[in-house]
Design a binder for this molecule. Structure first.
Ligand code: 5GP
Length: 342
């Protein structure tokens, strides 16, 4: 554990509102009750510990969290706390957060004012960590709304000099996503990076093939792409040919029930063929995990040595959405910390 705590890391798959800690939730509840003393919610219980384990349960928790983060001040508190916790608790040196631009007519928050509050908190952070932002398209949304998110990402990328770096595709993985493909292709054409949730649930072969053909710059989950795990040779070729990195979220997949037991996770098959994999938390608040815990879990279940864990963390840098020069500098920073880890 001490080795993993000291290990410098990158986090490439963290949904902002899924990463809120219990302490932050308590703080937001207090603020909300000051504004509205009669307000009542089951947010105190916004983790999955006391719930059955299905994807639907996860999404019910997100609704509770969205009800709580209903204004710019709350969005700013959440961003600040999530960044601080990743930096201080998990020794994360580079993080790409992702969030869905969300309007709340009741408080006057718009999609753009929400994102601007997140960006402003990112800029103010004084932690030793580099933070970038992906704007998420929710599979449940309309094409018009997704197109609006693309325009916002494109505009804010230029305006913020690269703090906004691309798009994520997430939300209920059983909802079809093929209608968003022209928007995703347009995003790529404009130089935005794409991190897409693909094959998070089984039997999405056609959709997975279509999304992989865009192609994305990274894959979220990809639980059912490998032929040994419900995928097929074509999906394997589309993923492994161009070596599209996969964001691996072990606790999330087991807790939400998409993977029955951790030993069955496709992580080991991808590693076996030298495919780039990055350990990530997904929603550390909702799933009561941390990036340290994900590394500990991987070490225990897949028998990784200290040296292998070190390599896994260092190689994650190859998959970040930044320039060659930035990656070289970040690697040098990691290497300078290596002796202190072992
Ligand atoms: P937010 O975008 O509000 O910062 O983070 C929560 C949102 O991220 C959820 O409403 C959902 O759309 C998306 N999300 C979080 N975790 C997952 C996941 O494991 N799978 C998918 N498909 N979407 C997720």
């Amino acid at each position: 554990r001490r080795f993993i705590e000291k290990l410098p890391k990158v986090e490439l798959h963290a949904h902002l509102n899924g990463s809120i800690s219990q302490q932050t939730i308590q703080r937001l509840i207090v603020l909300r009750r000051q504004r509205d003393p009669s307000w009542n919610s089951s947010c105190e219980n916004a983790t999955l510990e006391s719930r059955s384990k299905t994807l639907a349960d996860c999404f019910a928790v997100f609704s509770l969290l969205h009800d709580l983060v209903d204004n710019e001040e709350a969005a700013s508190i959440v961003t600040n706390d999530v960044i601080r916790e990743f930096a201080q608790d998990d020794n994360v040196k580079y993080i790409e957060l992702r969030t869905t631009p969300r309007a709340m007519p009741a408080t006057g928050m718009t999609k753009e004012s929400y994102v601007r509050a997140v960006l402003s908190a990112m800029r103010k952070s004084e932690e030793d960590i580099t933070v970038r932002l992906l704007l998420a398209i929710d599979r449940r949304t309309s094409i018009e709304d997704a197109a609006d998110t693309l325009e916002m990402a494109d505009r804010l990328r230029k305006e913020t000099n690269g703090l906004v770096i691309g798009l994520d595709l997430s939300g209920d993985p059983t909802k079809p996503a093929e209608k968003f493909i022209p928007i995703l292709k347009e995003a790529k054409k404009r130089g935005l990076k794409l991190a897409l949730h693909i094959a998070e649930v089984n039997n999405m072969t056609d959709e997975s093939r279509a999304l992989l053909s865009v192609p994305p710059d990274r894959i979220g989950h990809g639980v059912f792409l490998h032929p040994d795990h419900g995928g097929n040779a074509q999906l394997l070729r589309l993923t492994h040919g161009p070596k599209i990195p996969i964001e691996i979220c072990l606790t999330s997949n087991v807790t939400s029930g998409t993977v029955k037991v951790i030993q069955d996770h496709c992580f080991s098959q991808w590693r076996l063929i030298g495919h780039p994999c990055i350990l990530c938390t997904d929603d550390k608040g909702v799933f009561s995990t941390s990036l340290n815990e994900e590394y500990i879990l991987a070490a225990k279940e897949f028998h990784l040595s200290f040296e292998e864990l070190w390599d896994l963390s260092l190689q994650s840098i190859d998959s970040i959405f930044e320039s060659k020069e930035f990656k070289t500098e970040l690697k040098a920073k990691f290497l300078s910390a290596k002796e202190r880890c072992f």
